[in-house]
Write a protein that binds this ligand. Structure first.
Ligand code: BDR
Ligand code: CA
Length: 334
């Protein structure tokens, strides 16, 4: 997994840890929601909380390929995990660079590993430069990035991950051009991840699944910033992250809900989500100032170029919530 943790990245990571059939090989940290060092710290701390201190956490790039880094403390909090105060991790960042780690892992286990990419595509683009056979060496690639059917969430037309590093996104899509359909990345479009709209009721269900009896302070009438009192440590941190995320979405007029994009991508990579895709040729805009990071999908072959992506067009939110609540509840009880 490559992530910019990030509240929804944190849920994605915890979800993967909850799945016994998933072998989590390594977590690489990309700058995006917060700086790379903070992403790595969050990843280390979360893996320890989820009982997986053995998973290597690496850092690669410190900034996008060609433009300065933009972070988003207003969306994910200054540390990237909302109001949660994650414990100081015991583990250290791996000495191998994330880009090298990707290449080594893919070469040593050809056809076995799935890349789950829930951040700007900087590290993965660098890995592709170092090993252009990566699309053939990997079993699959799942990306959270881009909006294809309607508006963006960062500019009127661009989604966050493609906006932060548009050049990396363009390189990644280009690398898959013309490959057989089963090799094309599965791209979780913003339009489908925004349907995974978590509410305080889901957090309450998670708390009860985890065996907590204390009130969960995630309801809208609670004063902004108040901390959860859940007895279970994982539930407490998840509540404190989500409370911030609910408040953020409310500030932007979306209601007291949270779009947990990256969790959906994780469930696609883990093979636990049902979804449908449409094959398309994706272009990422890197030049036109107002359109930087905008993704345009040609579903009809009008450009006459081979497809480079399978874009998710259909998913099942109800099933996604049930899966998250039971899996994270089970993980918290362990
Ligand atoms: C993406 O942007 C980030 O803020 C989230 O973590 C997610 O990966 C959604 O646009
Ligand atoms: Ca993310």
């Amino acid at each position: 997994m490559d992530c910019d943790t990030g509240i929804d990245d944190a849920l994605a990571l915890a979800y993967l840890c909850s799945q016994p059939h998933v072998e989590l090989v390594a977590v690489s940290s990309t700058p995006g929601n917060v700086a790379a060092e903070q992403v790595a710290r969050n990843n280390l701390s979360l893996l320890e909380l989820c009982g997986r201190p053995d998973v290597p956490v690496a850092i690669g790039a410190r900034a996008p390929l060609r433009i300065p880094l933009t972070t988003t403390p207003e969306t994910h909090g200054p540390q990237g995990v909302g109001y949660a105060e994650l414990p100081e991790p015991h583990g250290k960042v791996h000495d191998v660079d994330a880009v090298e780690l990707w290449v080594e892992a893919a070469r040593s286990r050809p056809g076995e590993l799935t890349a789950l990419l829930t951040a700007p595509l900087t590290n993965f683009a660098l890995a592709l430069r170092a090993e252009p056979r990566l699309p053939e060496l990997l079993r699959g690639v799942v990306i959270m990035g881009g909006s294809y059917y309607y508006q963006g969430n960062t500019t009127p037309t661009a989604e966050w991950n493609t906006h932060v590093d548009p050049h990396a996104a363009a390189e990644v899509f280009a690398a898959f051009s013309g490959l057989p359909e089963e090799r094309l990345p599965v791209v979780c479009a913003l339009e489908t991840t925004e349907r995974i709209e978590l509410t305080p009721e889901h957090v309450a269900a998670l708390a009860s699944e985890a065996g907590c009896t204390e009130p969960e302070l995630v309801l809208p009438e609670q004063p902004e910033g108040r901390r959860s009192m859940a007895s279970n440590e994982l539930v407490r941190h998840v509540s404190d992250m989500l409370r911030f995320y609910f408040e953020f979405h409310r500030r932007y007029g979306q209601g007291y809900v949270a779009h947990i994009h990256d969790y959906f991508a994780a469930s696609v990579a883990a093979g636990t989500a049902r979804y449908g895709t449409r094959t398309a040729t994706v272009h990422v805009e890197t030049a036109a100032p107002r359109l930087i990071g905008t993704t345009v999908a040609d579903f009809r072959g009008l450009w006459g170029e081979p497809p480079n992506a399978r874009i998710v067009s259909e998913n099942h939110p109800g099933e996604a919530f049930a899966e998250l609540v039971s899996s994270l509840g089970g993980l918290a009880r362990r």
